[in-house]
Design a protein around this ligand. Structure first.
Ligand code: C2E
Ligand code: MG
Ligand code: MG
Length: 540
């Protein structure tokens, strides 16, 4: 070393004299060991083709600290073209490197939990596909979209703290072959390499479910764990793999038997999703089309038990889709609710049902009611009562001939708020039925607080009448409901024995296959003609 500038001390902690002629230490001795070979090879290459040397590496200072430097240099050649010396400058780039590191860290990590993010997962999948050809790789998605409900109730900060705690707990399941990611706001993912087989994955998911359960039980929410095993020769797009994984975890979350469901992906799930997409498309069309496009209404008679005459009809929505056939409302109404299509679709149903009522009126059946199911999303829409009144006056229907059915679970969440809407509707003149009573959230005490006119006892209670009859509490429900000023409708009557029991126990109205299945408009009129006389007979 023939020349060393004074800046040497600041950079290396050694005074320049120490390095001059390698008095105390050679510069090579300062370079971190792992770079030395590479550096010499690079110098040899550069000297051979007389180019410029440029290399980033780490040195170890006199104080033992590692520092990133950038060396730029070149050979000094004599007249014969032989290398006489090397000259160069060495710059401290530690700050730059730190910035670069921070940038990279933020690029690859989720800042809130410090876990790897989705971007890094995709990079890793791409890299591993090229290098490993994907031998034994599985993805395990932990879907906690349920946390959203906590955000709505307790705020963003609360749910994000929960996510942090969950991330912390899940870290204990990490190892070299089990890498944890936070791929979306409420979703974690384990990337699993070199596992034995399905049994190992099952056991792993079981352990994860236990960990989640220990935290989520207190929050009263569940979650879903979806598993996707990547086949070694898979050519699928990474986005498709992640989509399938999400499908599996969505299916897992819908498993209501378990707080934390576990599902392995299978092709059937994909079909289910395609089906849902088709239904969504059809509903979109139906919402835009004046005629309803595949969407229509059937009418199930409701019988007055005392008079044996038709009291009214429940309007039940139907959807006919070209390659799916008739789709049950139990399937398409939730899709409509999820996509908010229930608003325009619901309006079509309401209008059809009101027109049916108007036609009954025009044919001389003056007091026959029509009962329409209303979902929570419709009900909580701003000015729903005003909208409903508008529809009735536009079609020309007397509100006293209209019942709106609201399912019981809606009341469970916030009955005070709902009563405000219910009262507005009642002020318009329509009546309200509490649908599906007895299916979960209900208590008779609670039903007293709800300003409904009718209580519709769910089919599950009516079914009980076949086996229990004497011991059934259905009779008690009827008499208590009467004390609370509700009229009682029993749903799902299929057998004469049930009808007899209900008659003996003072039930007001019944509905079920024993009387009639839901009917198309024309058949409904035929049914009405057989049971009731014109002109309008009052049954109220
Ligand atoms: P829901 O309001 O409780 O309607 C009664 C359901 O029980 C109907 O099923 C009806 O066809 C069925 N049912 C009636 N009698 C019997 C019987 O004796 N035995 C059996 N096994 N079933 C009987 P559907 O039409 O499949 O409708 C299912 C649910 O879908 C309805 O339950 C309601 O919650 C919902 N729904 C139907 N139409 C609409 C609608 O226009 N809007 C909304 N929001 N929901 C609707
Ligand atoms: Mg109903
Ligand atoms: Mg019902």
């Amino acid at each position: 070393m023939q020349f060393v500038s004074a800046g040497c001390f600041e950079l290396t902690g050694y005074p320049s004299e120490s390095l001059l002629h390698n008095r105390d230490i050679s510069y090579n001795g300062i370079i971190a060991y792992e770079y030395r070979d590479h550096l010499w090879k690079e110098w040899e290459r550069v000297l051979a083709d007389r180019s410029l040397f440029k290399y980033e590496y780490e040195i170890i200072t006199a104080g033992g600290e590692r520092k990133w430097v950038l060396e730029r240099g070149q050979g000094v050649y004599n007249q014969q073209g032989e290398v006489e010396a090397l000259e160069g400058v060495i710059l401290d780039i530690s700050d730059l490197k730190e910035m670069e590191y921070d940038l990279r860290f933020n690029y690859e990590h989720d800042t809130w939990t410090g876990l790897y993010n989705r971007r890094y997962l995709v990079d890793l999948l791409k890299r591993d596909r090229n290098v490993l050809k994907w031998g034994k790789i599985a993805l395990v998605n932990i879907n906690l979209s349920t946390v959203q409900s906590l955000t709505l109730t307790y705020g963003f900060h609360y749910s994000q703290e929960l996510i942090k705690n969950l991330a912390h707990a899940l870290r204990f399941h990490c190892s070299e072959n089990r890498i944890l990611f936070r791929v979306q706001e409420n979703q974690f993912l384990f990337y699993i390499k070199d596992y034995e087989g399905r049994e190992e994955l099952k056991k792993f998911c079981g352990d994860i479910a236990d960990t989640l359960g220990s935290i989520l039980t207190a929050e009263r929410i569940g979650g879903g764990i979806g598993v996707f095993q990547i086949e070694a020769d898979s050519k699928a797009h990474i986005e498709d793999l992640l989509k399938n994984l999400l499908i599996a975890s969505e299916a897992a979350i819908n498993n209501l038997d378990k707080m934390i469901g576990i599902r392995f992906f299978d092709r059937g799930m994909e079909t289910q999703v395609t089906r849902e997409e088709t239904i969504k498309d059809e509903l979109t069309k139906a919402a835009a089309d004046k005629e309803g496009n595949g969407l229509f209404v059937q009418y199930q008679p409701i019988l007055d038990l005392r008079t044996n005459k038709v009291y009214g009809f429940e309007a039940l929505a139907r959807l006919k889709v070209d390659n799916l056939g008739l789709v049950s409302p139990l399937e398409f109404i939730p899709v409509a609710e999820k996509t908010k299509l229930i608003i325009p679709v619901g309006e079509r149903i309401i209008i059809q049902a009101l027109n049916f009522q108007k036609e009954m009126m025009q044919r001389g059946y003056r007091d026959i009611i029509v009962s329409v199911n209303i979902s929570a999303i419709q009900l909580f829409r701003e000015n729903f009562a005003e909208f409903m009144c508008g529809c009735m006056s536009r079609v020309g229907v007397n509100p006293k001939n209209v019942i709106l059915e609201i399912t019981e679970s809606v009341f469970a969440s916030n009955y005070e708020n709902i009563n405000v809407i219910v009262d507005e509707l009642k002020n318009c003149g329509v009546r309200i039925a509490l649908d599906d009573f007895g299916t979960g959230y209900s208590s008779l005490v609670r039903s007293r607080d709800i300003n409904a006119n009718y209580l519709k006892i769910d089919k599950s209670f009516v079914d009980e009448l076949l086996s229990l009859a004497e011991g059934s509490i259905t009779g008690d429900i009827i008499s208590m409901a009467h004390k609370m000023n509700h009229n009682v409708v029993a749903e799902g009557i299929e057998h004469e024995k049930q009808k007899q029991y209900l008659l003996e126990n003072g039930c007001d109205l019944i509905q079920g296959y024993l009387i009639s299945r839901p009917l198309d408009r024309d058949s409904a009129f035929e049914f009405l003609g057989k049971h009731n006389q014109i002109p309008g007979y009052s049954f109220s």
